[in-house]
Design a protein around this ligand. Structure first.
Ligand SMILES: Cc1cc2nc3c(=O)[nH]c(=O)nc-3n(C[C@H](O)[C@H](O)[C@H](O)COP(=O)(O)OP(=O)(O)OC[C@H]3O[C@@H](n4cnc5c(N)ncnc54)[C@H](O)[C@@H]3O)c2cc1C
Length: 406
């Protein structure tokens, strides 16, 4: 029998862990959140997610976060698809086509660190979550009554904490997933992606929208605007054989940027980093009292901006079920439903869509490229096809489909 009075233990204060803790807090359920990062440097993290899709904006609004984030973000109503060979737009989608489907017919460009900053402030105000920063989760055990987790602070002091359930929101390297022997099925792309933050007005210089996908048989890329004043991020694939020192060098980066958009001066680069991209999904999202959410359950290519979005959807779905269990309305068998629902989305939406995006941008065969571009162009120009496409990319369909899974 679950001890209903024990808190939910959440490992990881990324967007998924914090949104889950906030959802539970707003339903009067206590949690303990363990985060290894130091509070002083917590927000100095490598730039990652930032495009928030309509379905997620609705969830964040329900948590009371939307207005705070809109103040710190940029509204991006459109997304453009460019052919770099001809330097022209082959399709442009406007989220306005979703105006009857969502309260937020646009994407909000708001970086992950701003989301966790705002969400953490609101969470702390609830006083329902014991947030332990500079604390490392080490291991856990579970039995029919609850879980016990071993944690250590940065002075090496060990502590055992107990809870009703443990949620792994630890990111892709989840200790919980590994210790349970849950397979992380999938593959890793044989390339490393270079991300460069640039201070330059790409819109004024070349007519780019705030969100751009660029197809190129030699070097696909993505270009996004993040903040005012002009801060844009460009992503390029690089050869996995090239050492990081080379791809992070000024010379290499300036060459890529000049090829991307030639100009007579060097670009002002304000940040640079590389990352490896995986497509992996856990074989189950639940084992007893341990539940996986966000990157610990699924990692995918960032092309399409779906990882954090679908992770936040996991958090809300899981939060609803934990409330029902801990407030005595249902048994914890609903956690198997969580696993079925959210795994279905990870396989059939997040993975499928991001793989399609990658293929569209990286295709080398000229005939296949042309066929693909023509198809996307036709989709953008046909209002019915366009709406169907946008319902998928904005993750509205994934939420509806998950709700139908028993
Ligand atoms: C370049 C890039 C761009 C991206 N762009 C987008 C985008 O536009 N839209 C989108 O939806 N997604 C995007 N993503 C993906 C997105 O960043 C992730 O899906 C998202 O951050 C996952 O959130 P999470 O909370 O599950 O995990 P994380 O954000 O990884 O957070 C996990 C937290 O757990 C902590 N932790 C880990 N292990 C321990 C431990 N043992 N003890 C204590 N604490 C621990 C970590 O310190 C961290 O704070 C992008 C990713 C990359 C790399």
């Amino acid at each position: 029998m679950t001890n209903l009075n024990k808190p939910v233990v959440i490992i990881g204060a990324g967007p998924v862990g914090i949104c889950l803790a906030l959802y539970l807090a707003q339903k009067d359920i206590r949690s303990i959140m363990i985060e290894r990062l130091d509070p002083q440097t917590f927000l100095d993290q490598e730039p990652r997610a930032g495009s928030i899709h309509p379905a997620t904006l609705e969830m964040l609004d329900d948590l009371g976060l939307y207005e705070r984030m809109e103040r710190r973000g940029l509204i991006a109503p459109t997304v453009q698809y460019w052919d770099r060979e001809t330097d022209s737009i082959f399709a442009e989608f406007d989220h306005a086509v979703l105006k009857n489907d969502t309260r937020f017919p646009y994407v909000l460009q708001c970086e992950r660190t701003k989301i966790i900053d705002e969400a953490m402030q609101v969470l702390r105000e609830t006083k329902m979550c014991d947030v332990r920063m500079s604390t490392e989760f080490v291991s856990f055990t579970q039995n029919e009554k609850g879980i016990e987790a071993l944690i250590t602070d940065n002075a090496g002091n060990e502590e055992r904490i107990s809870g009703s359930y443990i949620v792994s929101a630890e990111g892709g390297r989840s200790i919980i997933r590994k210790s349970l022997g849950i397979e992380f099925e999938g593959y890793t792309y044989p390339e490393r992606t270079l991300t460069v933050a640039v201070c330059y007005d790409f819109d004024k210089a070349h007519g780019y929208a705030y969100r751009n996908y660029l197809s190129d048989p030699e070097q696909w890329s993505n270009l996004f605007k993040w903040t005012q004043p002009e801060r844009w991020r460009v992503h390029f694939p690089t050869d996995i054989q090239d050492p990081p020192e080379k791809v992070l060098s000024d010379e290499y980066i300036q060459t890529q940027l000049q090829r991307f958009l030639p100009r007579d001066q060097p670009y002002e680069v304000v940040h640079r980093t590389t990352y490896t991209v995986h497509q992996r999904i856990a074989s189950t999202f639940r084992s007893g009292r341990a539940i996986l959410a966000g990157d610990s359950a699924h990692v995918n290519s960032p092309i399409g901006g779906m990882g954090m979005n679908s992770g936040v959807h996991d958090a809300i779905n899981l939060g609803q079920k934990l409330c029902d269990i801990l407030q005595g309305r249902t048994s914890d068998e609903v956690l198997d439903r969580y696993s079925r629902q959210r795994r279905h989305v990870a396989v059939n939406h997040t993975k499928a869509q991001t793989e399609r995006n990658k293929k569209l941008l990286a295709e080398k065969d000229p005939a296949v490229r042309k066929k693909n571009h023509d198809q996307v162009k036709r989709t953008a120009e046909d209002s019915k096809l366009c709406r169907e496409f946008m319902l998928r990319t904005s993750l509205i369909n994934s939420v509806k489909e998950a709700a139908e899974i028993l």
